[in-house]
Design a protein around this ligand. Sequence first.
Ligand SMILES: Cc1cc2nc3c(=O)[nH]c(=O)nc-3n(C[C@H](O)[C@H](O)[C@H](O)COP(=O)(O)OP(=O)(O)OC[C@H]3O[C@@H](n4cnc5c(N)ncnc54)[C@H](O)[C@@H]3O)c2cc1C
Length: 481
Amino acid sequence: MTSLQTDPAGEHRLLLRSMLGEDLVLTDADAMARYCRDWHGDVTSAAVAVLRPRSTDDVVACVKGCRDLGLAIVPQGGNTGLVLGGIPDAPERQVVLSLERMNRIRKIDVDDFSAVVEAGCILWELKEAIAAEGMFFPLALGAQGSCRIGGNVSTNAGGINVLRYGMTRELVLGLEVVLPDGTIFDGLSTLRKDNRGIDLKQLFIGAEGTLGIVTAVSIKLTPNPDQVATALVGLASLEDAITLYRRARRDCSDLMSAFEFMPPLAFTLAREAIPDLPIPMATDYPCYVLMEVSGSGLVDIGDLMQRFLEGVMEDGIVLDGAIASSQAQARNLWLIREGMNEGQAKRGVHMRSDVSVPLSKVPAFVAEAEKAIHDALPDCVCVSYGHVGDGNVHLNVLPSVELPHEQRLVRIYQSKTILNQVLDRFQGSLSAEHGIGRLKRADFDARLPDTKRRLLTAIKNAIDPDMVMNPGCQLNFIRKS
Ligand SMILES: Cc1cc2nc3c(=O)[nH]c(=O)nc-3n(C[C@H](O)[C@H](O)[C@H](O)COP(=O)(O)OP(=O)(O)OC[C@H]3O[C@@H](n4cnc5c(N)ncnc54)[C@H](O)[C@@H]3O)c2cc1C
């Protein structure tokens, strides 16, 4: 028999298994490893156990069991988060609670343009099931084959379609949440309009698991946009990309669904990841935009894109352009965007950012930040790209591959500091869409105004006074009162 004094984690494992049953509790270190490692494999941790509930009632039992044992809970969806929000940081006192087995679609209601789904549904599988009913769920991001809707809600995920459909927050109609005291907040309504006082579900969206466990979500659907036109264009500058964006919003009747800017280096990086990737135009324009216009019904999307591009080329805003003439060609254009990410990963550890500034300030911000980083760190390369329509820039910094690992880590730290200084001058956000997690909490904390800190502390203390939910994530500054 193991003593609680000498092996508290071992004792807790035994107790969790006896309280919740073997089926719900993983304790084997090898089996737990994938839940305790971040997406990039940069950080490896451990946990007392991984709990894998199959139902909302199971989640309630898990929460009550952990409370009884004084264990904290780190909720986890697809574990694709990029800020270490779903990875434990106190292995002896925390369990991971994975929603992966709660993946049922409770209802797709074509007439009400809504669906009710469990938190563990993989985003892509959800989108496919909804598409099979002739409907569309617009949330779309690079991790959609692995991330889960509860994780998307908890990070208020963005992605490529935000400019038309909004962040996840704007796609959520209702939530079911298991609270830190084991009670259930049942807010799974599918009402479009409900102004009965403060909208409590908003508290849990973007909370990164610090206030409760999202177990089910009701979401908004739209008609499936069965016509999609995708184009890649080359431009003389990022300023021209912003001009193009404004013009597209107007000329395309707000039917634009994606607008991503990329530097010429995108092609080199994409080819490093996917060597035979076809590229339909010269690769030496100063800036590129990948844009998509989509719609359903009587509108002719192909004609709209064609006429729009002819107009902006005539006016000299766009220097060159290629419209995909098949789904396969459109897919290849998107592969440039995805391959660019993979290519950066292939060059080893690097500084990744996810910041936002007002749309009109994007060109000045990118120019100033890149210059400051080049001047201070000439052996680094900047790669700036992003969902430019939302003012969201990923300004990443790749240290020279010649540098030893420790030096690369120093460059990452230095470049992040410089970037944040420039960002502060532009009054931007250090997290446009990935959240705070554990990675950005110090930078978040350092910039938190007093009133916001007071309100966040009051909310956390009101809902989770015993700090059961994801301590160390996002709201690290809060202490037990
Ligand atoms: C290749 C790639 C591309 C990406 N692109 C984008 C992008 O374009 N836009 C974007 O916004 N993000 C992007 N991300 C980040 C990530 O995919 C999103 O943050 C996603 O929403 C996380 O979902 P998940 O299920 O993987 O959550 P996890 O990583 O498992 O968890 C994320 C956070 O939510 C909490 N959480 C998870 N599930 C629950 C729940 N049911 N209840 C309460 N808390 C919970 C966790 O504790 C953690 O704090 C990308 C990631 C990768 C790897």
